[in-house]
Design a protein around this ligand. Structure first.
Ligand code: NAD
Length: 267
């Protein structure tokens, strides 16, 4: 029997076949999970549907997480629609983030107030709204909420700037949500992935340098593949991790454990 047989969940953040959300969707689907998807707008829908067809999934919702509660296609509106189709879910994967590309270069000190608020709203606060909306659907059996983070939340990485601040807020949210929802048997965790070549990853200035550096310096000497992030998500969304919550799990070839790289790795 596959480990996710009988499990149902929502995947948010598939932009294309290179998206981390898609790597996770494939791993969960291959292991028996039934999936629903959300997409940001019509442009993303066109790319999502053919991918969904490959795993025979038919349940999808438009959701722009920047829309306030009460508006069509807001987080809360999507969950209202989802509740009409499924009366319970086992997991939600939140694999989305946004910041103005113009501020993912240069100095963080120049960050605008508008982009600061927008980046934190979309990339961090959306996860808290999702947790609140998931609660009624997870009230009977509990469940797993999973988000995606990056090392730039813990230490500086070039040009990550306000996104690093947003990921720090996201990682702190995980702990508070884990505490709030633990009594409902809802677990809340993050995967901190090493650099993956995606649309969002390419928006960060100098991404190529970070990609190469991480590959050279990480103990495993490679950046994670989508299936490796997917397999870690399988662990965190399944009963295999029933004792794990409030945790940031690194899938980065061990990069986070290195303080000063060996000189030979930099040559
Ligand atoms: P991606 O471009 O494939 O996916 C980003 C997704 O965010 C897209 O589907 C986009 O539609 C969605 N999104 C942005 N604004 C939105 C909004 N207002 N409403 C709804 N959806 C919105 O990139 P990815 O790298 O797969 O990103 C997924 C997650 O992984 C992000 O949280 C990212 O920060 C994180 N992450 C990425 C890397 C990397 O190197 N690529 C590393 C660690 C963590």
């Amino acid at each position: 029997m596959s480990i996710m047989n009988g499990k149902k969940g929502l995947i948010m953040g598939v932009a294309n076949e290179r998206s981390i959300a898609w790597g996770i969707a494939k791993a969960l689907s291959e292991n028996g999970a039934q999936l629903a998807f959300s997409y940001q707008n019509e442009d993303f829908k066109k790319r999502l549907i053919p991918l969904m067809n490959t795993i025979k999934s038919v349940n999808y919702y438009e959701c722009d997480v920047s829309k306030p509660s009460g508006e069509l296609n807001s987080i809360e509106n999507m969950f209202e629609k989802l509740t009409k189709v499924w009366d319970e879910i086992d997991f939600v994967v939140h694999a989305l983030a946004y910041s103005d590309k113009e501020e993912l270069k240069g100095k963080y000190v120049n960050c605008s107030r508008e982009n600061f608020l927008n980046s934190l709203d979309i990339s961090a606060f959306s996860f808290t709204r999702i947790a609140k909306s998931s609660l009624p659907l997870m009230s009977l059996k509990g469940g797993s909420l999973l988000t995606l983070s990056y090392l730039g939340a813990e230490r500086t990485t070039p040009n990550y700037n306000v996104m690093g601040v947003a990921k720090s807020a996201l990682e702190a949210s995980i702990k508070y949500l884990a505490m709030d929802l633990g009594k409902n048997n809802i677990r809340v965790n993050a995967l901190s992935a090493g650099p993956v070549k995606t649309l969002a990853g390419a928006a960060i200035s100098g991404a190529r340098h970070v990609f190469r550096y991480s590959e050279d310096v990480a103990p495993l000497k490679f950046n994670p593949q989508l299936n490796e992030v997917g397999n870690a998500a399988l662990y965190l969304t399944s009963e295999l991790s029933s004792g794990v919550t409030g945790n940031v799990h690194h899938v980065d070839g061990g990069l986070h454990s290195v303080a000063i790289p060996k000189q030979e790795d930099l040559e």
